[in-house]
Design a protein around this ligand. Structure first.
Ligand SMILES: [Zn+2]
Length: 225
């Protein structure tokens, strides 16, 4: 299985997130923005350093200094559309539970048929073959998944879309990690630096696990409720 070499690219950053940013000129990531994490929420990484934006975690964009984020007012349906591979429903339940616990976002798993036709207000997921288009995205080569949000000019995420390659078996820790990572993009997270024990690391080691790292947790709290 070629994608599970020493390192597997989990995703190009956000097809959709970046498309939305291009369409809306005010959207820009601001590296100088002050840290949005209150001191009492700081966590340390494996080296004992306080986690830091730009290394241990990142956001896909900031509007007026605040990371783009979902509204806390309405439940956020998360659904697999189309064919659901064996074990994917259980994997989704597991990763959404972890992401909701870390963010306090009102994520709810729904059947794909329950979504509005336009998918607004929801995170839509499809398992795809290599090269198969879905939601205007494709995965090929070493890329095993993609995900991202669309968001308004006020920085509120309107929808999320995720594709995961069918050979990322959702019954395996790696398959679960890929699913969790791509949903993380749909929640507004970008990549940590490479080589860290974060779900949002740009590539997925062969022993990847769906376990949130300290940077993941700080970022999820920051985009959360
Ligand atoms: Zn990614």
């Amino acid at each position: 299985m070629p994608v599970l070499g020493a390192f597997v690219a989990v995703a190009l950053v956000v097809g959709l997130g970046h498309a939305a940013a291009t369409a809306r000129p005010q959207v820009s990531a601001s590296p100088e923005a002050p840290p949005i994490v209150a001191p009492h929420e700081r966590e340390t990484n494996d080296n004992g350093d306080a986690v830091r934006e730009g290394r241990d975690y990142a956001f896909q964009g900031r509007i007026n200094g605040k990371p783009i984020h979902w509204s806390c007012s309405n439940s956020i349906p998360v659904a697999i559309e189309g064919k659901v591979p064996a074990g994917a429903a259980a994997a989704l339940e597991f990763v959404v539970d972890r992401l909701a616990a870390a963010s306090n976002l009102p994520l709810t798993i729904e059947p794909g048929t329950a979504l509005r036709d336009d998918g607004n207000g929801a995170i839509r997921i499809r398992y795809v073959d290599e090269g198969e288009p879905a939601y205007g995205m494709k995965v090929s080569g070493s890329v095993v998944g993609k995900g991202g949000p669309t968001y308004s000019s006020s920085g509120v995420i309107q929808s999320g879309r995720v594709i995961v390659r069918n050979d990322m078996d959702p019954t395996t820790p790696t398959g679960q990690q890929v699913l969790m990572h791509e949903i993380g993009h749909a929640l507004g997270l970008d990549h940590s630096q490479e080589g860290l024990r974060e779900v949002m690391t740009p590539t997925s080691p062969h022993d990847a696990k769906p376990v949130l790292g300290p940077g993941d947790r700080v970022a999820l709290a920051a985009v959360g409720c």
